[in-house]
Design a binder for this molecule. Structure first.
Ligand SMILES: [Zn+2]
Length: 117
């Protein structure tokens, strides 16, 4: 996979999506989903990679609204470049969020996480 990086000098206005990480394919970094026939496994529909639920890697994805030179536009930042920002790998943060008190709804967890970001 080709890795492209760009340095963008801008000011962040807001977070566009409260989902700040996603289950990631180890082969192509695409989002992977639970298999319908076997919910203990995840599969990448782009490259065919499969793994058990316990082996899923998570990857950061921040979708931001930013401004520069009086223009407003969207920027999406992916991957381990965000580890220093969060201070933890995305997979570890996902485990912390998942293991919160069970009385908190998943949508509330992500809303709180979005506010924290
Ligand atoms: Zn893949």
């Amino acid at each position: 996979m080709t890795v492209r990086r760009a340095l963008v000098d801008c000011a962040v206005l807001s977070l566009q999506d409260t989902c700040v990480f996603y289950p990631s394919c180890k082969g192509c970094f695409s989002r992977i989903d639970v298999e319908q026939q076997d919910t203990t496994r995840y599969r990448c529909f782009r490259c065919g990679y499969r793994c058990l639920k316990e082996q899923v890697d998570y990857r950061y994805r921040l979708s931001l609204s930013v401004t520069r030179d009086s223009r407003i536009f969207g920027v999406t930042v992916f991957g381990s470049t965000l580890n220093p920002f969060f201070g933890i790998h995305a997979s570890e943060l996902q485990k912390l969020v998942e293991n919160l008190d069970g009385s908190v709804e998943p949508s509330t967890r992500f809303a709180l996480l979005g506010k924290a970001v």
